[in-house]
Design a protein around this ligand. Structure first.
Ligand SMILES: [Zn+2]
Length: 215
């Protein structure tokens, strides 16, 4: 299955994407991870978009398509994938659809996580990430076993600059402006499955699996 997970920052998209990928036995491919990797390695691409992300903006479409396509060409993605953070807008969606065929579409199903703005701001404010392995924690919903330390490697957890509550209204505006045409596009294709993203990660995952049953 080739699935896309849509959802605003703080909707639990990363966690749900990993759960779904594990369930389907396919890789979760997150543009955020690809981008962080480039920033960590100080590549030209990484340096270019570091500033934009800190300001609450996203990387250019052409770059994203290029780096995602490279990742999807790897053997582990042959049977399917769960895309997280891509496509981000209508332009990316159209370009990406053009890479598939009628027999093998680029995307089979699109899960859209839906949650109100107040809950999002609260969740994002408590979000911490491991700079070493990329695992995301949430101080209320998904705390690490030891406060401030990664469960996997004991690395000190940090808050990403883009999770600063001050940048959230701008990030949400950008998200909604670019995502509404995207959800309409997939709804027209009959691929969109809206899912209520409130409540615990287990509840939300249950709803996702239920939404996938009627395919
Ligand atoms: Zn870690």
């Amino acid at each position: 299955m080739r699935a896309v997970l849509l959802g605003p920052p703080g909707s639990g998209k990363g966690t749900q994407g990993q759960k779904l990928a594990d369930q389907l036995r396919v890789p979760r491919i997150a543009t955020g991870d690809i981008i962080r990797d480039h920033i960590a390695r100080r590549t030209t691409f990484g340096l270019k978009i570091e500033e934009r992300i800190a300001a609450g903006d996203f990387a250019p479409d052409e770059d994203i398509i290029h780096y995602v396509s490279l990742r999807l060409a790897e053997p582990d993605a042959a049977a399917g994938y769960v895309l997280d953070g891509f496509p981000r807008n209508l332009n990316q969606a159209r370009l990406f659809d053009a890479t598939g065929s009628e027999e093998t579409p680029a995307i089979d199903v699109v899960i859209s996580l839906e949650i109100d703005e107040a809950s999002l701001i609260e969740r994002t404010a408590g979000r911490l990430i491991c700079p070493k392995c990329g695992t995301v924690y949430q101080t209320h919903l998904q705390p690490p076993k030891r406060a401030g330390r990664c469960d996997r490697d004991e690395e000190m957890l940090v808050r990403r600059p883009e999770d600063d509550p001050g940048t959230m209204p701008h990030r949400l505006d950008v998200y909604h402006m670019s995502t509404l045409p995207l959800t309409q596009y997939y709804a027209q294709q009959g691929k969109l499955r809206p899912v209520d993203a409130s409540g615990s990660p287990a509840d939300v995952f249950h709803r996702i699996l239920f939404a996938l049953k009627d395919r």
